[in-house]
Design a protein around this ligand. Structure first.
Ligand SMILES: Cc1ncc(COP(=O)(O)O)c(C=O)c1O
Length: 375
């Protein structure tokens, strides 16, 4: 009854976990949720009744201009005419997959990588070539997907050398570079955020980002730009998918971008504090159990359990939820067929510092008990 590809459609583990995190008293380290305290105030005065009419598929022209200026500042060669406003950057993944991925197409992905990107690539029948920032061995992939800045799930930020190496690998093999950059504004220290796409010489490329993390995910807005040849195809795919993104959301975002306030500063100060207090609680609860690196930006810590505490974190999740703590098992972020390390992803931005301290103690306690009972 269904299309063949539906066999590859699996439920997103994140969305499943999001269903339980609203339970009273639940402490969630699971989603990539921005802190609600950071959402902008809503001022609907920028919306007229004309914005309730159908609009252009590419997006509102003023917003495209504003976005293009910011992309050029980042080092990308583009114009407003080559900016496509998306209904969240998740839509960009869907459109790019539709453009490049058939059953059996090789897609190079970091292992681990963003699980909802894997969900989309899986749907279209991708085969995976896993690579790392240090060794961008992308083989004969048609498409290379990367999150070089504050990666989801590891929080890793590529050095300039790693960025250049990945661009060179794509240039040499002709693999289309697809850079996903939704976390770039959440930066807490010195690091390189130059788009990898700006280093590309020959191969085709797509660069996308989002307003979800620095503004509000409920507005469902993101944007992409790409090499000239790809743009008309992506616009047609967007037309076929949803005609255009919400015009009210676009007006709201445009108004916020034009405020020229110190939003970025306020945001990074807030999140840096959250990260620092999370770090203290993590060190106190998880020293000796897991290893991790402090992220320079983004929303996540990535923990690898030490061999004596190595358990399947998917099993751990069931117990943790019963104890009122949610997190993301690391296994979900690995492409099919790749051996996953016992690991977990913890979001540090959503829970209050007190909740985080309590939740981390609870989680560490469950891991210790599970491993002790194993002996
Ligand atoms: C790497 C990455 N790409 C894309 C998305 C989708 O974001 P949105 O559709 O809200 O822009 C996310 C969300 O967490 C993400 O982590």
């Amino acid at each position: 009854m269904f299309a063949k590809r539906i066999e590859n459609l699996v439920e997103s583990p994140v969305r499943e976990i999001l269903k339980v995190i609203d339970r009273p008293g639940m402490i969630s380290f699971a989603g990539g949720l921005p802190a609600t305290e950071c959402f902008p105030a809503l001022d609907l005065s920028c919306v007229d009744s004309e914005h309730l009419q159908y609009g252009p598929s590419e997006g509102e022209s003023e917003l495209r201009e504003q976005v293009a200026a910011s992309l050029i500042e980042r080092g990308l060669q583009t114009t407003p005419e080559r900016v496509l406003i998306l209904s969240g950057s998740q839509q960009g993944i869907d459109l790019v997959a539709k453009l490049f991925v058939d059953r059996g197409t090789n897609v190079a992905v970091e292992a681990p990588t963003y699980l909802a990107a894997l969900q989309v690539f899986d749907l279209f029948g991708a085969e995976y070539i896993p690579y790392t920032a240090d060794q961008p061995k992308i083989g004969n992939s048609r498409l290379t997907y990367t999150i070089p800045t504050f990666q989801n799930p590891t929080g890793h930020c590529y050095s300039e050398e790693q960025r250049r190496a990945l661009a060179l690998a794509c240039d040499r093999s002709g693999s289309v570079l697809f850079e996903d950059d939704p976390y770039r504004d959440l930066v807490y220290g010195e690091c390189d955020r130059t788009p990898v796409c700006s280093y590309v010489r020959d191969t085709e490329w797509i660069y996308q980002s989002s307003f979800s993390k620095a503004y509000a995910p409920g507005l469902r807005l993101g944007y992409l730009t790409c090499s000239k040849k790809l743009f008309p195809h992506l616009v047609r795919l967007k037309q076929a998918a949803d005609l255009h993104s919400c015009r009210v959301s676009q007006r709201l975002i445009l108004q916020l971008l034009q405020l020229n306030d110190d939003r970025n500063q306020t945001l990074t100060t807030f999140y840096r504090r959250r990260r620092d207090s999370f770090d203290l609680s993590l060190t106190s609860a998880f020293s000796g159990i897991a290893d991790w690196q402090q992220p320079v930006g983004g929303l996540f810590y990535w923990l690898t359990l030490r061999p004596e505490f190595a358990i399947d974190t998917r099993e751990l999740l069931k117990q943790a939820i019963e104890a009122g703590v949610a997190f993301m098992p690391g296994e979900s972020f690995y492409p099919r067929g790749v051996k996953a390390l016992p690991s977990l992803r913890l979001n540090f931005s959503h829970a209050s510092p007190e909740e985080a301290a309590h939740g981390l103690r609870t989680l560490a306690g469950i891991i210790r008990t599970a491993c002790e009972s194993r002996v």
